[in-house]
Design a protein around this ligand. Structure first.
Ligand code: ADP
Ligand code: MG
Length: 437
């Protein structure tokens, strides 16, 4: 990972890791004041939120959040339809503020959390490089995402300025840093997966000449696209990738994130049922891609009942496999375990790669010579969010286990993984505050 990070920072297209510039050179520090909005477009959900900041760290007042699933047809319709939906949601949200609110009538400012790869021109503009997850709106790629939103806001008659266009990981990092200045990186593991971290500007060779007051800049790694021949890829991964709408892309994400884990499990069970008499008959439902969602896979994995009742129920409900014998139930749990354990360990290895790149993995960097335990290790916080990490306890358990194993306990105790609930949304509002006009 660290090697690919170097390559991606050296030149445009130098690696499958895009290592995108964010133009975020300063992270919120607690002095921010005012009322700001954030619109969050995730992989499956859309959120509108408003925060009040009174200039004292830890006193973010998040007074309203509205969350709704993104209507599936909008993921593949036109950009106008998608952005009109977003702008309408904001309009309704603002309309509810009413007259009694304490919100000043001056122009509102918002941050837009956009969880897809964007080539930023500034902190408040950037063009869509490609869609990931289940999104695919053809006329959007290559267009300025913030401008599309700004236009939609104007169509709805809203006087709101898009002050920051922010990748969700960067929002997570911003909130993490707001609460704890030792936060240097942020990871999201939900429908998809991505990471960002704070890099020295002189290490970002491809932005030659660009200077920032802080001497640093947040880099959006787009790590979901990480690729290495060392990745433990199986025929299931190869088939899943080949049959996906984006073959050869997002290889790391396809082994790690919530959108895919259930389907890897389905593929393994399908093969087993074809090559053995595990379930007597091969249920045709087993052949339907993505029919097994990751939360249900997790429920089977975490079934603690002595007779694995939940496993049997889900296999029946999802695949219409009746009467699964105990032996087969156990095998299914084992398959879920292997798939999730691999995902969590890969994510952990990715985190260590980032720490290595910024000299926080305890290896002592170029000073070398000393043993790992002698090296003075600074407290290092990694902010994390996403449904897979926060709702799938065995996943997070395996991730922590792997971090300890790779770093060694002496080093690992200085590395703190901190969940930032709703961080990507609130953090984006914080960035809108930092970069407000
Ligand atoms: P998004 O990635 O769309 O922004 P989230 O971070 O909330 O949204 O992640 C949602 C994803 O997390 C779901 O698509 C699912 O794959 C995964 N997930 C949610 N709940 C669970 C659960 N209980 N067990 C396993 N995975 C879950
Ligand atoms: Mg998200």
């Amino acid at each position: 990972m660290a090697v690919e990070m170097h390559a991606g920072l050296a030149s445009e297209g130098g690696s499958k890791l895009k290592m995108l510039l964010t133009f975020v050179d300063n992270l919120p520090n607690g002095t921010e004041r005012g009322t700001y909005y954030a619109l969050h477009l995730g992989g499956t959900n859309f959120r509108v939120l408003r925060v009040h900041l009174n200039g004292q760290r830890s006193s973010i007042f998040e007074d309203e959040v509205e969350r709704q699933p993104i209507p599936e047809h909008l993921m593949t319709s036109t950009s106008e339809e998608l952005f009109d939906f977003i702008a309408s949601s904001l309009k309704e949200f603002i309309a509810k503020e009413g007259d009694g609110s304490n919100i000043s009538t001056s122009r509102r400012e918002l941050g837009f959390t956009f969880s897809f790869p964007v080539k930023q021109m500034s902190v408040s503009s950037g063009i869509l490089i490609k869609w990931t997850k289940a999104f695919s709106i053809v006329n959007m790629v290559g267009r300025d995402v913030a401008a599309c939103l700004q236009e939609a806001l104007a169509r709805k008659g809203l006087d709101v300025r898009v002050a920051a266009l922010v990748n969700d990981t960067v929002g997570t990092l911003a909130l993490g840093h707001y609460h704890d200045p030792d936060t240097v990186a942020a990871i999201i593991i939900g429908t998809g997966t991505n990471a960002c971290y704070l890099e020295r500007i002189d290490a970002i060779i491809k932005c030659q000449g660009l200077l920032t007051a802080s001497g640093r800049m947040v880099v959006n790694m787009e790590w979901g696209n990480f690729w290495s021949s060392h990745l433990p890829r199986t025929s299931y991964d190869i088939d899943l990738d080949a049959e996906s709408p984006n073959p050869n892309d997002q290889g790391f994400e396809k082994m790690i994130s919530g959108m895919y884990l259930g389907d890897i499990v389905r593929r393994v069970i399908l093969r087993m049922s074809m090559e053995s008499d595990m379930f007597e008959l091969v249920s045709p439902k087993l052949k339907i891609p993505f029919i097994l969602r990751t939360p249900l896979m997790a429920a089977m994995h975490e079934d603690n009942s002595p007779d694995l009742r939940e496993v049997a129920r889900i296999l029946k409900e999802v695949f219409e496999i009746p009467e699964v014998p105990m032996k087969a139930r156990k095998i299914v749990v084992k398959v879920c375990d292997v798939v999730t354990r691999r995902a969590a360990r890969l994510a952990a290895a990715g985190i260590v790669g980032i720490l290595k790149k910024i000299g926080r993995d305890g290896s002592g960097g170029i000073t070398g010579g000393r043993s790992r335990s002698d090296t003075k290790m600074r407290r290092t916080v990694v902010a994390i969010e996403g449904g897979l990490y926060s709702s799938y306890s065995l996943f997070s358990e395996y991730l922590h286990e792997a971090l300890n194993e790779i770093l060694g306990e002496d080093i690992a105790k200085h590395v703190i993984i901190k969940v930032t609930e709703d961080g990507s949304g609130i953090g984006t509002a914080l960035l809108a505050a930092s970069f407000s006009s």
